[in-house]
Design a protein around this ligand. Sequence first.
Ligand code: SF4
Length: 91
Amino acid sequence: MKTALGSSRRFLLGSSRDAAEQIAAGIQDFVGLGRPFLADPSWPEKTELGREDEIVSCINCLHCFETLLQNAWLAKPIECSRNSLLGKETD
Ligand code: SF4
């Protein structure tokens, strides 16, 4: 029996190979990304193309959470210490 939902925390450090292997083995149907996707929106594409070494990994610094809370009051976007383009997509 598969786990209905598990933590994606295992993939925080960019272990996309693990995610792909678990999906291929039928252990999981999908992998949800939160912070790893903020750090590198190209995470899925790089994984699919076998370019895992190019993934910019989330370092679990929680700067995004800090700025999410602080910047909301200032109408400023979320920030990521690993992805300087986060929140500036429309600039
Ligand atoms: S700010 Fe830090 S914790 Fe948040 S996504 Fe970027 S690297 Fe990860």
